[in-house]
Ligand binder design. Structure first.
Ligand code: IMP
Length: 430
């Protein structure tokens, strides 16, 4: 398979894991390049549900190699829990799961700082996952982070850890005026054990990937979150702390852009968002409630109910521009099965002016009023459809209109249910 990057086109939770699962079958190596345990990927195989926060879900396929790249902020405790869960299910990760020695560690004090910071922000809070993501990326940029490779030499780790622990204690107690309920000795004891278990996983992943490309291995770069949570291009400050767009795959893994052949934008056929920030097509009514219920829209990481709304083509056009999307992978069309009417946002009206382009500032986005087109619902169960011709004509009309509004980018697949088998293949990667 050509080398491909997978990104979410919206605010995350587009059903990436299912598409990753589909493409993993056709790849050799799957690499996560940004984010951390704030992501939550749910995969259902033979009716059994797995939720991954950190390890690439490609491990579900025997023989595939999975890598956590340097762009990820790495929570070793969470990682080892997921490794245990996989081992308990009879899925061995030995010799096929690696972590970049350059990935920054998320340590318990990052979570304490994340929660203290959110609590201090009152109404302006971001609604983070509380997984310490922002503080870990901030330490990386501030050049005081501790990396996975630092675990190799225990004395180096201890000395760096002690220095940062003292700094964070000061910050949480003195600046945020909050209790810092962490015990340095206990954390070091835990990390001594973690270190032993982590050593076989930690390698120079950039070199590994270079050799793999020379050997014509098929690479799948797995993004987390979504385009509009990107720290530069998203709805700042209501974003995550990494670049989530496709370009980030290169810096987050240490590969050059010439390695990438395709960019796949995972796109839910409606829109959801977890956490705070503007959401023009949000439905605060019975239909929004129905989408949440029928779509099972509750956060995989925090369990929070997701905000739901109509499909917003203005957003997706921007996502296509930002990521260079070559295929859309459309998910969850079956969630509309029970609706009489389905709306698509085609344009926004901002300050009385109609526009088909997504505004680049939060200020303008907050004023955006969606302009909708209305289509008939199909009122039947499409979850058993195996090919496009099985779809009712009204479902096909919705699909066609959606693609037309998205610069006619071809669809890779259309997903009509959570299981691996409920996937209609449309335009394969060439
Ligand atoms: P953080 O990434 O935990 O700092 O959270 C920042 C924002 O990104 C919050 O609005 C979160 O709800 C959102 N967020 C982070 N990870 C995900 C994800 O995987 N899916 C959806 N939203 C996410």
């Amino acid at each position: 398979m050509p080398n491909a990057v997978i990104v979410g086109s919206q605010w995350g939770d587009e059903g990436k894991a299912k598409v990753i699962d589909y493409l993993t079958e056709r790849s050799d190596i799957i690499i996560r390049f940004q984010g951390g345990a704030n992501a939550g990927h749910t995969v259902i195989v033979d009716g059994k549900k797995f939720v991954f926060h950190l390890v690439p879900s490609g491990l579900m396929y025997p023989g595939k190699v999975c890598i956590v790249g340097n762009g990820v902020v790495f929570d070793a405790e969470q990682f080892l829990c997921e490794v245990d869960e996989l081992n308990d299910s009879g899925i061995s990760v030995k010799y096929r799961l690696f972590v970049s020695n350059l990935a920054h560690l998320v340590l318990p004090y990052h979570k304490a700082q994340d929660n203290a910071s959110e609590a201090s922000m009152g109404k302006g809070k971001i609604g983070t996952t509380g997984r310490g993501i922002g503080p870990a990326y901030a330490d990386k940029a501030n050049r005081c982070g501790i990396r996975a490779g630092d675990l190799v030499d225990w004395d180096i780790f201890v000395s760096k850890f002690k220095q940062m622990f003292a700094t964070k204690k000061q910050l949480v107690e003195k600046f945020y005026n909050t209790e810092f309920a962490l015990n340095e000795t206990e954390i070091l004891d835990t990390y001594k054990k973690i270190r032993e278990r982590m050593l076989p996983f930690i390698i120079d992943t950039a070199t590994y990937l270079y050799t793999a490309t020379q050997n014509k291995k098929g690479l799948l770069f797995e993004g987390a979150q979504g385009t509009f949570l990107d720290i530069d291009h998203g709805t700042y400050p209501f974003v995550t702390s990494s670049n989530t767009i496709s370009g980030s795959a290169c810096s987050g893994c240490g590969v050059g852009p010439t390695v990438i052949d395709h960019v796949i934008g995972i796109t839910k056929t409606y829109t959801t968002r977890v956490g705070n920030g503007p959401f023009p097509t949000e439905l605060n009514d019975a239909i929004g409630e129905q989408l949440r219920k029928d779509g099972g829209e509750f956060g995989a990481t925090t369990g929070r109910p997701r905000r739901c709304g109509w499909f917003d083509s203005v957003m997706i056009r921007k996502a296509i521009q930002l990521n260079g999307i070559t295929r859309l992978a459309l998910t969850k069309l079956d969630v509309f099965n029970n609706l009489d009417e389905i709306k698509i946002c085609t344009h926004y009206e901002i300050n009385g002016k109609k526009t088909d382009q997504y505004p680049s500032t939060l200020h303008e986005l907050e004023k955006a009023v969606p302009i909708y087109e209305s289509l008939d619902g199909w009122k039947s169960d499409i979850s058993g459809c195996k090919k496009m011709s099985d779809l009712p004509s009204k479902a096909l009309a919705y699909y066609n209109r959606l693609l037309k509004l998205c610069y006619d980018v071809p669809a890779l697949i259309l997903s009509v249910g959570p299981d691996r088998t409920q996937t209609i293949e449309i335009t394969p990667l060439d």
